[in-house]
Design a protein around this ligand. Structure first.
Ligand code: SF4
Length: 401
């Protein structure tokens, strides 16, 4: 029996973590991108892990796999499936939906479940106390992706999956050192780190409060000449301190820091259950600029129920950050993610004024993201998402046991 891992558009960096566990547990594995290139034997298991934007493509892929390999089991996991496993199971045509994070030992856990062929088609992976054992280090894979150093987030923003189904867990220094040694063995001189919050503020005394400073220093000492930290999608919250900006300045090669502003309207921020206000975002961008780095202010537009006035407030606030802090602006169009408070809610339409403003910001060079492409991408997946959420009762049970 071997695991056949799908390599798609949204899992390039997570695949090595999944495969690391297969290697450690002694399971044979291979990677495929399209069904035409797959060689299977009886009992082989397809593993698909993907994010919401790729879900329609994966849906089509599953139908092809089912037709071509009717005797092989198809298992899907990742954020999209974990957020609403019942919906994924009913809609995608998979045999099993896996929830939670694939930590060390997940291959054996899943295989045992499949061998029993139990009626329970949702497999809840157990939540682990430590994420140390799972490293994205696999000989034979061309990519050693950035290291996940924190899982989960203490906040619970309505649109975000990070805070919804995992308690906050930090990787320890020991495990980080192991990763750095592996990078050295592979001859890497550049790396980055993945975290929902670049500088988590916590009162939890069990957390290593100097972890980030140690991490950046240790990375430099290990021979890495280009370390990137505090940039999208592992951006800093608006409560970033000057001390932490100084750490990036001292140790990292990026001269930008991304600040997760999300909206320029405090009413919207409140509705989203954000812990931060526009005042916090403005202060953070000012701090970054004062330290001689460039803030990249990150926003989402089109939140469900967002009015034309609220969109205008976001764009006017973005302009203010450009003028006062030399900020660059990133704007994404909202996508509802399974498992979040905004699951199944479609984005609001953009007002013509908002589109005009963003066009102007693009031509001025201060808006660096392609909002129009985001909208085109969303238009492609919108009918699929609507059908997906209409077909079943939304699953809102406890998905981690
Ligand atoms: S948006 Fe950031 S702060 Fe909010 S829950 Fe997600 S990771 Fe945490």
């Amino acid at each position: 029996m071997k695991f056949l891992f799908y390599q798609g558009l949204t899992n390039r960096f997570t695949l090595p973590y999944l495969i690391h566990s297969a290697v450690a547990e002694g399971f044979p594995w291979s990677v495929f991108s399209n069904p035409g290139s797959v060689q299977t034997d009886a009992g082989d298991i397809f593993i698909l892990s993907f994010l919401t934007p790729e879900a329609p493509v994966v849906h089509t892929l599953i139908a092809e796999l089912k037709q071509k390999f009717p005797d092989n089991v198809i298992i899907a996991g990742g954020h999209h499936v974990s957020g609403n496993p019942q919906c994924a199971l009913n809609t995608l045509g998979i045999d099993y939906a896996v929830t939670g994070y694939a930590d060390a030992g997940w291959c054996g856990y899943v295989t045992a479940h499949v061998k029993e062929r139990g009626a329970q088609k949702i497999i809840h992976l157990p939540e682990v106390e430590s994420i140390d054992a799972l490293l994205p280090c696999v000989d034979g894979l061309s990519c050693v992706p950035p290291l996940e150093i924190q899982r989960g987030c203490g906040n619970a923003c309505a649109y975000c999956a990070a805070g919804t189904y995992h308690s906050v867990t930090q990787r320890t220094r020991y495990s980080i050192s192991e990763y750095l040694r592996y990078l050295k063995k592979r001859g890497y001189t550049r790396t980055g780190f993945v975290t929902p919050q670049a500088f988590p503020e916590t009162d939890d005394t069990s957390k290593d409060e100097n972890l980030i400073e140690w991490l950046l220093d240790e990375t430099n000492k290990s021979g890495i000449t280009h370390t990137e930290y505090g940039i999208f999608p592992s951006e800093a919250d608006p409560d970033i301190s000057k001390k932490n900006i100084g750490l990036i300045k001292k140790y990292c090669s990026n001269r930008i820091i991304t600040i997760g502003c999300q909206s320029g309207s405090d009413t919207v921020l409140q509705r989203l259950n954000r812990r931060f206000t526009t005042e916090d975002s403005e202060r953070a961008c000012a701090y970054v600029a004062e330290e001689g780095l460039r803030p990249v202010a990150d926003f989402i537009i089109g939140f469900p129920g967002e009015t034309a006035e609220e969109q205008a407030a976001t764009l006017s606030f973005a302009r203010k950050l450009v003028l006062h802090c030399r900020a660059r602006i990133q704007i994404h169009y909202f996508i509802p993610l399974p498992g979040t408070a905004l699951e199944g809610q479609m984005p609001s339409a953009l007002s013509s004024e908002a589109v005009r403003d963003m066009e102007k910001m693009r031509s001025d060079g201060c808006l660096v993201s392609d909002y129009a492409q985001h909208i085109r991408d969303f238009q492609i997946i919108k009918p699929w998402l609507e059908g997906y959420h209409n077909t079943v009762t939304l699953f809102k049970g406890d998905i981690l046991q």
